[in-house]
Write a protein that binds this ligand. Structure first.
Ligand code: GDP
Length: 427
């Protein structure tokens, strides 16, 4: 077991939020399927391994059973780690939703292309605004009768008060939904029959039928971004078309900055994608977007907490391994094989298996047992974990959800939550 420090710039801690039935489960399963096909822990990616995985997938489906699942996605040859934190979507679990929002850095909001923005999407959207979570949107189920992408875009404006950045224009509708125009690359992404078997889409020229609508929405995208981004405004005034890289960077800046504290009360910029998770169309570009536009733990420059015993004294930590350890326990689960597991997000420093840490809320010492990274189809034991990462820990006896674990010589209580954290009974 090698201890390798993660490159934090390549980590995304995300949640997937949706109104019930919009397709959160299906989208998540697709994500795990594609990331599983493309990545195998400790194995060279070969046809046989892929086949095993696919057979397994076909047999029983890939389901999220863990509070945080780690997967990997390569974008332009660079591998990224994506931790998917399970975000309950039901109104009854608002407290749980808030707790999970606390530990993620960004989110994907899934909408039903027929129903559009539904009441629970609104509730979770407002919670995410409150916690300053940058978001991208996925308008799902475009294959369904009555699905209408642009109606959903209008609802994002009207119901959520957000500024949608339309990133794609669908090609074909309902049964005939074939692909999308990518408005940054100005290319069509078309899913062939092979796509259903895990292949990527084909990148082709925009069909003549869609050049006009693509041009219109591309101009709108560049204009919206330019109004809020100085670098883009300069290019706009010069009459220079931005490059793909410049657009990617500007969209990322707008998405992240619009949820910051300074921008509270202003519209959230949210890149909007579309497709159908059901038929595997659109999930791969969505994964690219997670890496491109959602923040890494480094985008949060400081993490604030307070001194133990004095809430008025603010303590700041940086998301770096060199800082004293501080982490938040956000979920306790009972694993059929391992028993009680505590899911922890490490905010600063490193947490080592076997070490003693302080539960700074209760003032009790805790011993860190085995540390696991939970994947969709296996768990991986690791000796230690660094800042920005999310893992499952064995051996914690007294820690409940919402409590801070910290270095005993540098104790801190991370931002307290405004609701009482219920004790979850473990069978
Ligand atoms: P969740 O409640 O948000 O997790 O929704 P699910 O992922 O369980 O999906 C709800 C239902 O919609 C299920 O019957 C899915 O098979 C179906 N579904 C999900 N995505 C799509 C899609 O893209 N197209 C169609 N036609 N059905 C979908």
């Amino acid at each position: 077991m090698a201890t390798t420090a993660l490159d934090l710039a390549k980590v995304r801690n995300i949640g997937i939020m949706a109104h019930i039935d919009a397709g959160k489960t299906t989208t998540t399963e697709r994500i795990l399927f594609y990331t599983g096909v493309n990545y195998k822990i400790g194995e060279v990616h070969e046809g046989a391994a892929t086949m095993d995985w696919m057979e397994q997938e076909q047999e029983r489906g890939i389901t999220i059973t863990s509070a945080a699942t780690t997967c990997h996605w390569s974008l332009e040859g660079v591998e990224n780690t994506i931790n998917i934190i399970d975000t309950p979507g039901h109104v009854d679990f608002t407290v749980e939703v808030e707790r999970s929002l606390r530990v993620l850095d960004g989110a994907v909001t899934v909408f039903d292309g027929v129903a559009g923005v539904e009441p629970q999407s609104e509730t979770v959207w407002r919670q995410a605004d409150r916690y300053g979570v940058p978001r991208i949107c996925f308008v799902n189920k475009l294959d369904r009768t009555g699905a209408e992408f642009f109606r959903c875009v209008d609802m994002i404006v009207d119901r959520l008060g957000a500024t949608p950045l339309v990133m794609q224009v669908p090609i074909g509708a309902e049964m005939d939904f074939q692909g999308v125009v990518d408005l940054v690359r100005m290319k069509a992404l078309v899913w062939s029959a092979e796509a259903a078997k895990g292949e990527m889409y084909d990148v082709v020229d925009i069909p003549a039928t869609h050049t006009e609508i693509a041009q219109t929405w591309r101009e709108k995208l560049v204009e919206t971004i330019s109004e809020h981004d100085e670098e883009m405004m300069e290019l706009f005034l010069e009459g220079t078309e931005p490059t793909e890289e410049q657009l990617y960077a500007a969209i990322r800046r707008a998405t992240i900055a619009s949820t910051s504290e300074e921008k509270a009360g202003e519209a959230t910029f949210t890149p909007v994608f579309c497709g159908t998770a059901f038929k595997n169309k659109g999930v791969q570009p969505l994964l690219d977007a997670v890496v491109r536009y959602l923040p890494s733990p480094l985008d949060r420059e400081v993490i604030t907490g307070h001194k133990v015993g004095d809430e008025s004294v603010v303590v700041e930590r940086k998301p770096a391994d060199s800082e004293p350890f501080a982490g938040l326990a956000f979920k306790i689960m009972s694993d059929p094989h391992l028993g009680k597991l505590t899911f922890v997000r490490v905010y600063s420093g490193r947490m080592e298996s076997g070490s003693a840490v302080l539960n700074s809320v209760k003032g009790k010492k805790e011993r860190i047992g085995k540390i696991y990274r939970m994947h969709a189809n296996k768990r991986e034991e690791i000796p230690s974990v660094g800042a920005g990462d999310i893992v499952a820990v064995m051996g914690l006896k007294d820690t409940t959800t919402g409590e801070t674990l910290s270095d005993s010589s540098n104790p801190v209580i991370l931002e307290s939550m405004t609701f009482p954290a219920p004790v979850i009974q473990v069978a």
